[in-house]
Design a protein around this ligand. Structure first.
Ligand SMILES: Cc1cc2nc3c(=O)[nH]c(=O)nc-3n(C[C@H](O)[C@H](O)[C@H](O)COP(=O)(O)OP(=O)(O)OC[C@H]3O[C@@H](n4cnc5c(N)ncnc54)[C@H](O)[C@@H]3O)c2cc1C
Length: 291
């Protein structure tokens, strides 16, 4: 069920940024393992793929997350240290990183492409805007970043040659230095990581890695990934104040028309949707404190 591309993908290097990569080293499980765990005692039996797909979608829709933890993935990742610092905040993974105390650091540094040299966003204080800086300034900035990376590395090698310990020699190297690690995580927590790091608010450089992982999952766990896209990645939640406003919208919508369109939702999902709308109509107060 659904993992015919796994053997082609395992070990394959997917380039990320200028000098980084992601390689899937190992995977334990596939879409069937999730179904099997959910059915516990029934096993695969004679259930059809269609039923398996419905079950996976049901689990995802209702946050029955533990069956997704039955799938484990181990990646080898090469990434700049500033990306690694954001990445490591996702604590529900196992990590083993290259040691700059034990081995010499690489001379590879991340240099942003010209199309990433943007001005500070005025809407998102953490991010860049869509506006490129002018050509001559971007050439100048890239050149200057490259020069200071080279100088830092030359200095590092000089310290090493002078007999200084590697753990001290490395401390002036920039955040753009590349590091490597093995990263093992279960599918449930990987989806949480992707939800946050595929978002447009995530920094472009970590998003590149998240997109690469998403493309891998799409091929090797197609049913789970489709459910993730539908119910997690592309879904949103509403506050109680927003639900109050939605109630006003729903009052003007003809639900019969929606329910006649069988292409949008399955019968089960349509019933669940009608239950949600009924909940909004019956339980969301007319006067909401938040408004
Ligand atoms: C766009 C963006 C901007 C960010 N900006 C900043 C920033 O400015 N500064 C900053 O410091 N961070 C920032 N972060 C990091 C963010 O605050 C989280 O630390 C990071 O996204 C990891 O999320 P998490 O804790 O849900 O993930 P995980 O660590 O994978 O945890 C997943 C879930 O497991 C549970 N969990 C994990 N470990 C524990 C534990 N020890 N105890 C209890 N429960 C646990 C929690 O329910 C948690 O939500 C940013 C993240 C994003 C996506």
């Amino acid at each position: 069920m659904g993992n015919k591309h796994t053997q082609e993908i395992i070990g394959k290097e997917f380039q990320c940024l200028d000098k980084g990569f992601i390689r899937l080293i190992e995977i334990m499980g596939n879409d069937s393992s999730i179904v099997q765990a959910a059915r516990v005692s029934y096993g695969k039996g004679t259930k059809s793929i269609r039923e398996d797909r419905s079950l996976i979608r049901y689990l995802m829709r209702h946050s029955h997350t533990s069956p997704f933890e039955m799938v484990e993935l181990k990646f080898h990742i090469r990434l700049p240290i500033f990306v690694a610092r954001q990445w490591i905040r996702h604590r529900t993974a196992n990590v083993n990183e290259y040691s700059g105390r034990y081995s010499e650091m690489t001379s590879d540094f991340y240099l942003p492409g010209k199309n990433q040299l943007r001005t500070q966003s005025t809407i998102n204080k953490q991010g860049r805007s869509d506006d490129l800086i002018d050509e001559s300034l971007s050439n100048e900035v890239i050149k200057s970043m490259e020069t200071s990376q080279k100088n830092s590395y030359d200095e590092y090698i000089q310290y090493i040659n002078q007999g200084i310990a590697r753990e001290i020699a490395r401390i002036n190297l920039p955040l753009s230095s590349y590091t490597e690690w093995y990263w093992k995580i279960d599918l449930h927590n990987l989806f949480r990581f992707l939800k946050l790091r595929l978002d447009v608010h995530a920094q472009y450089e970590i998003r590149v890695y998240a997109e690469t992982i998403a493309n891998i999952l799409k091929q090797i766990l197609p049913i789970s990934f489709e459910a993730f896209e539908d119910y997690m990645l592309n879904s949103i939640t509403f506050s109680s104040s927003e639900l109050y406003l939605l109630k006003e919208v729903f009052n003007k919508v003809n639900l019969k028309l929606i329910s006649d369109d069988e292409n949008i939702l399955s019968n089960t999902e349509l019933n669940e949707f009608i239950q949600k709308v009924t909940f909004i109509n019956e339980n969301i107060l007319n006067k909401n404190k938040g408004i």
